[in-house]
Design a protein around this ligand. Structure first.
Ligand code: COA
Ligand code: AMP
Length: 625
């Protein structure tokens, strides 16, 4: 009942509902204006409120008596390091780092780009930016120099903070050469570049430009948190859209703080003093909401893990962490659990660990298949909850709300809409679909606090990408349906976005790279099913007349090209030469049909197809691969 009441109240009276939730936040000046609608259809939350997100995550926690509680428990099997920082220690580190950044000229409104692996300094750097009101943009370490350059040019940082290396399964990834190359490619020049030297690999610093982070930060005067307006940006998170140009999702301070308090407490059911583990990377939105800001602002201990689900050293690492840190709840991507299941199907490694502290597991980032779901519940003996959200929303859209008893959870579904989100399903004409019918999933405006309301320096692109398809609604880009009890089923993206091992990528961007090859006349890149990674990209290419290149060397060149431009995480490994591609009579390539053929799904050939015989040809080419 609590869920139903709360949900209905949130939609009927959003301003009153969120004004009440905002009281959970320690504002410097509490807002009196709750919801403001702008002429362009976007909204602003808590317009006249003032606060600081670093204060909320650190100083406020110390003031509440949690100074000696562990704020960040860092565990890195790849480097052999384990470190704990209490809220008091973390505040001291962050204040000093912010003080040093201020001495470099970084101030409110400046942007700072972070290209960092999963080390405590990444969390500290984010919080130090927030302390000064500088807008951070973290770039995931798996991206190549070109992707980094694109983000440098868009974010135009005053300062770049990086580290000498990241650590993968069995190799050290040198970050500095990638950063140097990105700075060569980028037009923008940051005033400073600072590098955290890790013992595994020392980076060479360019005199006059690069600073040694460890050395320079020593002795810096601590900086106090500055007062910020609710709408002042906290961070930019670049994410893949339908084009090669990433979208700079902007997160505000005030709406985000209220959303984090609600999410950690009401959705995930966490209380101050609890131990939370967000299994992700600081380079993704989950790393922002569920490793750094959410748990710390909620007074929880946050576990930060630099390792993989398997082979660091084995498929028992996750269970070891749960036992060692007495984790109460965690977030994880299904791909990680599939990787563990493959290596330890009977849960023998799991059985060696005490999971009694764990209340439940939350999975998201891609579709949770029912077999992995059932396996995970069986081996852990704990409830496993699928829930759905996006970089744009920053916190769950659908989830069982552990803090609001009564929401329940339904296997196979991503569960019901969280308070604040009016989830609807539309047909192409903008009519609401009936219960159980598939269509485009949209959210009625206003979006609740914390959701992205603009793109970095490109508000028009925001309106075009999210608000134009269905006036009055935010277009999620996901397709699916809602059942008679309000449970939401996410069937997948309706655009060019794919999820590879929980990493969001644009096939459009890969297509641009493949199409640029001199032997390629035309191509289609789309996501196909993968047992572990959920989806991986597959490229079908039609060669130019007279092109003499062999299929194998073409594949090697295209794979290298995508790796070089986007990064290893893109995982394009398969390229298939075909004679032609299926198109509609108006010339549009039927990517959805190609995906179904590649995945061996049964389907009716669309009536718009110009020549149905082509489908058999493609199926044969793929089977012969
Ligand atoms: N820095 C540098 N390189 C990275 C990287 C990083 N942060 N992350 C991934 N890569 C590289 C990998 O080393 C790999 O390179 P390779 O092709 O030379 O081997 C490539 O990108 C592909 O990585 P990945 O897709 O992760 O495959 P994998 O075989 O290395 O690992 C899993 C498979 C399932 C173990 C791994 O994908 C995983 O842990 N997934 C869970 C991810 C997750 O938690 N996502 C949550 C997001 S919210
Ligand atoms: P990201 O912005 O990287 O978090 O990716 C968001 C996308 O991941 C969504 O638009 C969905 O396509 C997908 N996704 C996230 N959670 C789920 C889920 N629980 N089930 C199915 N797809 C999901």
């Amino acid at each position: 009942m609590k869920y139903q009441h709360c949900y209905q109240h949130s939609l009927a009276e959003p301003a009153a509902f969120w004004a009440e939730q905002a009281r959970q936040v320690a504002w410097f000046r509490a807002p009196t204006q709750v919801l403001t609608e702008h002429a362009d259809g976007t909204h602003e939350w808590f317009a006249d409120g003032c606060l600081n997100s670093s204060y909320l995550a650190l100083d406020h926690q110390v003031e509440q008596g949690r100074g000696e509680q562990t704020a960040l428990a860092y565990d890195s099997p790849v480097s052999g390091v384990q470190q704990r920082f209490s809220f008091r220690q973390l505040r001291a580190e962050v204040a000093q780092l912010a003080g040093w950044m201020r001495s470099l000229g970084v101030s409110k409104g400046d942007t700072v780009l972070l290209y960092l692996p999963m080390i405590p300094q990444a969390a500290m750097a984010m919080l130090a930016c927030a302390r000064l009101g500088a807008v951070h943009s973290v770039v995931f370490g798996g991206f190549a120099a070109n992707e980094l350059a694109v983000r440098i040019d868009d974010a135009q940082p005053t300062l770049i903070l990086s580290a000498s290396c990241g650590l993968e399964f069995d190799r050290v990834v040198a970050y500095k050469p990638l950063l140097d190359k990105a700075l060569e490619l980028a037009r923008h020049r940051p005033a400073h570049v600072a590098v955290w030297q890790r013992p595994q690999l020392a980076a060479s610093l360019i005199p006059g430009r690069d600073l040694d982070w460890q050395r320079e930060v020593q002795g810096a005067q601590p900086a106090a948190p500055v007062e910020l307006a609710s709408a002042d940006p906290l961070y930019i998170m670049y994410t893949s859209g339908t084009t090669g140009r990433p979208k700079g999702i902007v997160r505000d301070n005030g709406g985000h703080a209220v959303a984090m308090a609600f999410a950690l407490n009401q959705v995930y059911g966490m209380q101050p003093g609890d131990v939370w583990w967000g299994i992700s990377d600081v380079g993704w939105v989950v790393g922002h909401s569920l490793i750094v800001y959410g748990p710390l602002m909620a007074g929880c201990t946050s576990v930060m893990y630099e390792g993989k689900p398997v082979r660091t050293p084995d498929a028992g690492s996750y269970w070891r962490i749960i036992e060692q840190y007495r984790v109460n709840a965690l977030f994880c991507a299904p791909t990680a659990m599939r990787a563990i299941r493959k290596e330890d199907p009977e849960g023998q490694l799991l059985a060696r660990h005490d999971l009694s502290s764990l209340r439940c597991l939350y999975l998201a980032g891609e579709k949770l298949d029912s077999s992995t779901h059932a396996w995970l519940e069986a081996v852990t003996g704990k409830p496993v909850h699928d829930h759905w959200w996006q970089t744009e929303t920053g916190w769950p859209v659908t989830a069982p709300c552990a803090g609001l008893d009564g929401s329940g959870a339904r296997s196979g579904s991503s569960n019901r809409a969280v308070p604040g989100y009016a989830v609807r399903v539309m047909d192409e004409e903008g009519r609401q679909r009936a219960v159980g019918e598939q269509g485009d999933i949209v959210i009625a405006l206003p979006l609740p606090p914390g959701c992205c309301q603009t793109l970095w320096r490109d508000p028009e692109r925001y309106r075009q990408a999210y608000l134009s398809a269905y006036p009055g609604y935010y277009h999620t880009g996901d397709g699916g349906y809602v059942d008679e009890d309000g449970f939401v089923y996410i069937m997948g993206r309706t655009d060019d976005v794919i999820n590879v091992a929980g990493h969001r990528l644009s096939t459009g961007e890969m297509e641009d790279l493949v199409a640029a090859h001199p032997a390629v006349a035309e191509c289609a890149v789309f996501g196909v099913h993968d047992e572990i990674k959920g989806q991986v990209p597959l490229a079908l290419v039609v060669l130019k007349d007279g092109a003499r290149q062999g299929a194998q060397s073409l594949q090697a060149e295209l794979v290298a090209q995508v790796r070089e431009h986007i990064g290893a995480l893109a995982c394009l490994r398969r390229v298939q030469v075909v004679k032609r591609l299926p198109k509609t009579r108006s010339g549009k390539i039927l990517r959805a049909v190609l995906r179904k053929i590649a995945d061996d799904e049964v389907f009716a050939p669309p009536s718009t197809l110009d020549d149905p015989a082509i489908l058999g040809e493609i199926a044969q080419a793929l089977r012969g691969h």
